[in-house]
Design a protein around this ligand. Structure first.
Ligand SMILES: Nc1ncnc2c1ncn2[C@@H]1O[C@H](COP(=O)(O)OP(=O)(O)OP(=O)(O)O)[C@@H](O)[C@H]1O
Length: 269
């Protein structure tokens, strides 16, 4: 594990993470602060993510979810605290961010060192996301869901110890999103990176994660482990109960749908 010592800009290399809750930590954050102007968006945040653990992070808009993810990806700095992260981290954003002038296979292997087996490794990564037949396609010819699968293949090909997912399904239609959930769940079980998923979708969080946390006032307000065997089907009453608890934590109180819809109105010709 290596990490950044806040305020010094130096890289810290340390022994692999100590046991955290029985597992070894891939991510260890203590007292993290990030200030924009006069606002402490992250304010003394503590968080561990164990190796191979899938953490979904919920929070109202503007609470600092993406800021936290960007700090872990070294895309932003922090003002105080300690952040220890693994050496290999990759990010999937809401948009696929493919290079339009490179074909799909070249996009997937873009961050790999050139070697005799680079193309073969790229083809295997594409096969994992069901797109091996698109290796020679241009990004502009892909659907949104296909492009996002290429972005996922590009992120996993480096076998990251930490995979950072910043609302990667938000721009997809509902059916494609469900298919992507299955795919990401399966690939994460196979590759076992630690995962931080930033999302607004409570159902998605419960369906995919081992742990769900809610960010509020710069810290984790809720940090809940989802038991092995917990129902992942949104129709199940235990799933619904957890959803209601998390929505309440997020400040969303659903009014019961007790009013009948207004009758359809015929528009004049
Ligand atoms: N570079 C920046 N300069 C100034 N303010 C920033 C910067 N980046 C983020 N912020 C502010 O920090 C706060 C948290 O932003 P962030 O994008 O992390 O929130 P979020 O929880 O991911 O929001 P959303 O769910 O809407 O994407 C916001 O008020 C935002 O305006």
């Amino acid at each position: 594990m290596s990490g950044t010592l806040a305020g010094t800009g130096r890289q810290q290399h340390s022994a692999p993470g100590d046991p955290a809750g029985g597992s070894r930590a891939a991510v260890r954050i203590r007292g993290l602060r990030r200030t924009f102007g006069i606002r402490d968006v992250l304010d003394g945040l503590d968080l561990d993510i164990a190796q191979g653990e899938f953490l979904a992070l919920l929070g109202a808009s503007g609470t600092g979810k993406t800021t936290l993810l960007r700090i872990l990806g070294a895309l932003d700095r922090h003002d105080a605290g300690t952040v220890l992260v693994p050496e290999t981290r990759t990010v999937v954003f809401q948009e696929p961010r493919l290079v339009p002038s490179k074909k799909v296979l070249a996009n997937v292997t873009v961050a790999l060192p050139r070697g005799a087996d680079t193309r073969e490794t790229g083809r295997r990564a594409l096969a994992e996301v069901g797109l091996d037949r698109h290796a020679d396609a241009w990004p502009a010819t892909l659907s949104g869901g296909e492009a996002q699968r290429v972005a996922l293949a590009r992120a996993l090909i480096r076998e990251p110890e930490l995979l950072l997912l910043d609302e990667p399904f938000a721009a997809l239609d509902a059916l494609t999103r469900l298919r992507m959930h299955d795919l990401v769940g399966e690939l994460c079980r196979r590759h076992r990176p630690a995962v931080l998923l930033v999302t607004h979708d409570v159902d998605e969080a419960i369906r995919l994660a081992d742990r769900v946390a809610v960010l509020r006032d710069g810290r984790l307000a809720t940090d809940e482990r989802i038991a092995i065997g917990h129902p992942r089907d949104s129709a199940d009453p235990r799933f619904a109960a957890l959803r209601t608890r998390l929505l309440t934590e997020l400040g969303v109180h659903r009014a019961p749908a007790d009013h009948a819809p207004t009758p359809a109105k015929e528009l004049p010709a």
